[in-house]
Design a protein around this ligand. Structure first.
Ligand code: FAD
Ligand code: DHB
Length: 393
């Protein structure tokens, strides 16, 4: 088999890129190690920046997003139960974010892929990359016990943090930067109305909590927990009690309790690898970088990477220019590092760290109080939250 672009992984990075390639008339094949039901069942991000919603509309897959997406012009912060609002739209000249689950985005991408007959290989085992430093890269895998080979011009590794692509870059070229946080997020989904029509990021002496949603009838809540927490110790009743303490009495009075139908613990990590290109391999999304979820940047960064890369590949095939693909790594990393900084900072000011003493706690409280009282600080938060410009991309 032969194609122009081999894409590894059907997450947001891989699927958005596959659609971008199709729109430009460039052949691409996506190779995924799981099946569609598994991928569609993964509960992940919930807040879309304009970089993501704009791309969905440009690709013609935004109809359901327009109907069901919840536009948020503001977000709330709480310090020990005291809630204040950041008017993101007013502070950014009208920019808003959209609450629409990553699962819904994936469903829209897969439905459109099926309608357009985009080639996706599911259940590909032992995916391996070779020839990346020459002109003829090759991707191999096994499906139904049969070995398969795909020749291509370029490989794009969109296979997430645990994928194979990053490891294909030689160790003496690859540089990695990492912070592992000493806590995780315990998240639930429940079919109950959200406590508030906007998100509430809560810093409490007992730890962080986040009130989010998926729709007017479905709530998504998170609380900071220990990384080695046993989920079996968290009954729904214990979760709701702890959530309400951390959100504070004003918000707790509006929390509607109900049975959870999803409950998972996610670790928190910051990670960046450089470069994001080696020979004929490009990396995009979680394959190259991870952010802690505070600020909801993970999926949006995956989309901004492939928006830049898609444009660069089109320039290569349409205009014969390598300028775009040669500049991809530096351009993507410039935006990635700013999102890393914001996600690290927002995590630092909202979470309880095990090593924190009274001084650290007072500094955190002072920082949140400063944000509450300063337009300048609020604008800085707002412009990062809605997503920084794509630059020359
Ligand atoms: P992924 O979505 O990870 O997709 C990678 C794909 O590659 C997967 O389908 C995988 O099966 C496939 N793959 C992996 N290895 C191979 C291989 N060897 N061969 C072939 N295919 C392979 N972000 C937020 O903003 N808010 C959140 O609340 C949030 N929660 C999260 C919870 C979890 C458990 C995880 C893992 C991530 C979460 N994120 C969250 C981050 C966000 O979901 C990711 O940033 C986003 O999915 C990145 O998209 P991606 O396409 O780069 O990678
Ligand atoms: C959600 C997740 C986030 O990480 C975040 O910052 C906001 C919302 C969510 O899953 O709804």
């Amino acid at each position: 088999m032969r194609t122009q672009i081999a894409i590894i992984g059907v997450g947001p990075a891989g699927m958005f890129l596959a659609h971008l390639m199709r729109q430009a008339g460039i052949d691409a094949v996506v190779i995924e190690r799981r099946d569609r039901a598994y991928v569609e069942g993964r509960v992940r991000a919930g807040v879309l920046e304009p970089v993501t919603t704009d791309l969905m509309h440009r690709l013609g897959i935004g109809a359901r997003l327009l109907r069901e997406g919840l536009i948020h012009g503001g977000t709330k912060l709480a310090l020990d139960g005291d809630v204040f609002r950041i008017d993101m739209a007013a502070l950014t000249g009208g920019t808003t974010v959209t609450v629409y689950g990553q699962q819904e985005v994936m469903r829209d991408l897969f439905d459109a892929a099926e309608a357009a007959d985009l080639p996706i290989v599911w259940n590909a085992a032992d995916v391996a990359l070779s020839g990346l430093d020459g002109d003829r890269p090759v991707v191999t895998w096994r499906a139904d016990g049969v070995d398969r080979t795909l020749d291509c011009d370029f490989v794009v590794g969109c296979d997430g943090f645990h994928g194979v692509s990053r490891g294909a870059i030689p160790a003496d070229v690859l540089r990695t930067y990492e912070r592992v946080y000493p806590f995780g997020w315990l998240g639930i989904l429940a079919d109950v109305p959200p406590a508030d029509h906007e998100l509430i990021y809560a810093n409490h002496a007992r730890g962080f909590a986040l009130a989010s949603m998926r729709s007017p009838t479905r709530s998504r809540y998170y609380i900071q927990c220990a990384v080695d927490e046993d989920i079996a110790d968290w009954s729904d009743a214990r979760f709701w009690d702890e959530l309400c303490v951390r959100l504070g009495p004003e918000t707790a009075a509006k929390v509607v309790r109900g049975p959870s139908f999803e409950k998972t613990i996610a670790p928190l990590r910051s990670f960046v690898c450089e470069p994001m290109r080696w020979g004929r391999l490009f990396l995009a999304g979680d394959a190259a970088h991870i952010v802690p979820p505070t600020g909801a940047k993970g999926m949006n960064l995956a989309v901004s990477d492939v928006t830049m890369l898609g444009k660069a590949l089109v320039e290569r095939y349409r205009d014969g220019s390598d300028a775009g693909i040669d500049g991809y790594s530096a351009r993507a990393l410039a935006r990635v590092w700013k999102a890393e900084r914001f996600s690290w900072w927002f995590t630092s000011v909202t979470h309880r760290f095990p090593t924190m003493d009274g001084f650290d706690r007072r500094i955190q409280m002072a920082e949140l109080d400063y944000i509450r009282g300063s337009q300048a600080a609020q604008r800085t938060l707002a412009e990062n939250y809605v997503g920084l410009p794509m630059g020359a991309a």
